[in-house]
Design a protein around this ligand. Structure first.
Ligand SMILES: Cc1cc2nc3c(=O)[nH]c(=O)nc-3n(C[C@H](O)[C@H](O)[C@H](O)COP(=O)(O)O)c2cc1C
Ligand code: SF4
Length: 295
């Protein structure tokens, strides 16, 4: 879709209030003889005009009319006004979400995974490009296939990092060897002996977020979508965990990229495992004190 203009104004409905012009970030609309008129040649297709028009005259064709239709729950209709009062529940949800590292075998319904993707898409994106792609690993079999490939990658990395000469010349491997190699080695050994699978923590499903070429802030877009997914999943009864280990492996290993269907020119930014948690949190416990300074 790019920057193509898909905005239309119903001239019968337009009362010429100018609200759409004030909020449009791209000067797509002008006021001519008391009516809004689409005059710009570019649009972010952000829908601000549609969101603010009091009469429903402004429409953005590029927007998916099904955006707010979910299979597993009904979104509360209407706009939450500024100061709408949901702060205590929202912050409590943020404080209660934890990275879940123990899961039940229960499969995650496909509808839940699709709804989570749609919730992810409600996140902001740089220039509203939405150049993200969502991959779904729907079952344990798929998870194990990726887990095995990733473990093969880390086995090779461990062998490389074990060589002091390699460590001398490759600083990343020096750090990897110091911080992670031993724990990774033990996890791989345990898994191969039929024990715990600790890459995905035994989760039955995952959502991957990658970007297509051309996005201005692809990593930020993907991580904002990720946070939406993490919070929504918690509220829907599912635990989640981001798997940065796999994101790192994908940067170096073609076979995993292919298995995850990351195409040439695309980049993987986020992997979120999802499942029914086998954990029983009792309370939110807080964070370390942040450093805050005046500028
Ligand atoms: C970018 C990123 C990558 C992460 N990668 C992993 C991972 O590979 N494996 C894992 O078990 N947890 C991973 N985590 C989870 C963090 O360890 C976790 O968010 C942190 O310890 C705080 O705990 P909480 O999420 O329960 O609040 C990752 C988190 C982030 C933000
Ligand atoms: S916000 Fe709606 S009614 Fe107001 S000028 Fe724009 S299209 Fe017309």
């Amino acid at each position: 879709m790019g920057m193509q203009v898909t905005t239309t104004i119903d001239h019968e409905l337009c009362i010429g209030c100018g609200r759409c012009i004030k909020v449009c970030p791209q000067d797509t609309i002008s006021l001519i003889e008391g009516k809004a008129v689409v005059t710009g040649r570019m649009s972010l297709n952000c829908g601000h005009c549609q969101a603010i028009c009091p009469t429903g005259a402004a429409r953005v064709g590029a927007l998916d009319p099904e955006t707010h239709s979910f299979k597993t729950f009904t979104m509360t209709p209407g706009f939450v006004p500024f100061g709408g009062g949901a702060t205590p529940e929202l912050v409590s949800l943020m404080a209660s979400r934890r990275s879940t590292r123990n899961y039940m075998d229960t499969p995650v319904p496909m509808d839940v995974l699709h709804d989570l993707v749609k919730v992810g898409c409600l996140a902001p994106s740089g220039t509203n490009c939405q150049l993200w792609k969502f991959g779904i690993i729907p079952d344990r079999e798929g998870m194990l296939k990726i887990a095995r490939l990733t473990m093969d990658f880390f086995s090779r990395t461990n062998r490389l990092a074990a060589n002091p000469l390699v460590r001398l010349f490759v600083p990343q491997l020096r750090e990897y060897h110091r911080l992670y190699a031993q724990a990774v080695e033990e996890s791989i050994r345990e898994f191969k002996a039929g024990g715990r699978e600790s890459l995905f923590h035994g989760a039955p499903a995952a959502i991957t977020i990658s970007s297509k070429p051309g996005a201005s802030c692809p990593a930020e877009d993907a991580l904002l979508a990720s946070q939406n997914i993490l919070l929504a999943a918690h509220s829907m009864g599912y635990g989640t965990c981001l798997i940065g280990m796999l994101v790192e492996a994908v940067r170096h290993d073609r076979a995993i990229r292919d298995a995850l269907r990351v195409l040439p020119g695309e980049r993987l930014h986020s992997v979120i495992v999802v499942g029914v948690p086998n954990e029983d949190w009792k309370r939110p416990c807080g964070r370390m004190k942040p450093e805050i300074f005046n500028v």
